[in-house]
Design a protein around this ligand. Structure first.
Ligand code: DQA
Length: 144
């Protein structure tokens, strides 16, 4: 089964960007970890990143009828994007929201997530390891 893993704006800079908040793993490191783990779990992953809201909407629409589940770190669009929420609501399978940092421990404007209204699970504050936790949980949700 295919799981689409989507990453929003500025996550292409992981490893260089505020490492005290987001860690030293790069997005390529996380992609490699997800590819290895998905093999173990009997899943296939498509790992994508965009800095553009509409491109992320297109990627979510492309998952319709194609992917069994979506894992998404919408980054700053978490806190602003009704368009990403609506696109996820048009997707039938499970959705897991991931944040590297614990958004609830940070500035007040990061405490609200539009995407959480659709997410079946939310993982925040586990750093890069949150993606692996999401994939393991997703494997259970899409099994059978
Ligand atoms: C983030 C948290 C967001 O508030 C922030 O805008 C990001 C990354 C995280 O993974 O912790 O870009 O989604």
């Amino acid at each position: 089964k295919l799981i689409v893993i989507l990453n929003g704006p500025n996550l292409n800079l992981l490893g260089q960007r505020e490492p005290e908040t987001y860690g030293y793993a790069t997005l390529a490191d996380i992609e490699a970890d997800c590819a290895a783990l998905s093999g173990e779990l009997g899943l296939v992953t498509r790992f994508e990143q965009s800095n553009h809201e509409g491109a992320l909407v297109d990627m979510i629409q492309a998952a319709r009828g194609d992917a069994a589940g979506v894992i998404i770190n919408p980054a700053a669009y978490t806190h602003t994007s009704v368009a990403i929420l609506d696109a996820l609501s048009a997707f039938d399978g499970p959705v897991i929201e991931v944040h590297l940092s614990n958004i609830h421990k940070r500035e007040a404007f990061r405490h609200h997530s539009y995407v959480s209204a659709r997410a079946d699970a939310v993982i925040a504050g586990c750093g890069a390891g949150g993606y692996a936790l999401a994939l393991r949980h997703m494997a259970g949700l899409v099994s059978g």
